[in-house]
Design a protein around this ligand. Structure first.
Ligand code: ZN
Length: 169
């Protein structure tokens, strides 16, 4: 009887310790959110992080552009989508091969988290043109890359300008 109780307690304690360790584990978004708050006007007050979903690269292009647009366009014409943020569902979508904890992919995660903060700071709902949300995201992404000496591709600001210009059309 005593042995069984000890056994139960040991199992329970290990389980409990495991659960606490899991809960206290830093989320891969924590450091990026901290950096973004320190380097922008955005506030973060503990809003629920986006849920994360993974798709194949082809699936992500369809979600971003729609099947029709992809079929019509010359495949070179549409920029490849690596990640997407859905502000209605607060979901971040990445390609399956992406490990969001790696330094290598940090600039993509930072960019998408700008869209999350635009949403929680009520900027998204107050914009008339969704493309105008890209410029601040690319600017902060570039600043993060500069500060972290990140080799990954820098945003093309001509492309970013064109996105913003498409708003006034
Ligand atoms: Zn974006």
């Amino acid at each position: 009887m005593g042995n069984k109780l000890t056994f139960f307690l040991v199992v329970f304690c290990i389980g409990f310790y495991g659960a606490v360790a899991y809960i206290n584990k830093p989320h891969p978004f924590d450091k990026h959110i901290k950096w973004l708050v320190e380097n922008s006007e955005f506030e973060y007050n503990g809003e629920t992080y986006p849920s994360i979903a993974y798709y194949s690269s082809a699936e992500l292009q369809v979600i971003a552009y729609g099947r029709e647009k992809i079929e019509k366009a010359d495949s070179q014409a549409l920029p490849k989508i690596k990640a997407l943020y859905n502000h209605r569902e607060n979901t971040l979508m990445f390609t399956k091969e992406m490990d969001i904890t790696e330094f290598k992919t940090g600039y993509i995660v930072v960019h998408e988290l700008v869209h999350f903060l635009q949403n929680t700071n009520n900027i998204t709902e107050n914009t008339e043109c969704i493309q105008s949300l890209e410029e601040p995201a690319y600017k902060l992404q570039a600043e993060w890359q500069r500060q972290h000496n990140h080799p990954g591709p820098y945003p093309n600001f001509l492309f970013v300008r064109l996105l913003s210009l498409s708003c006034s059309r």
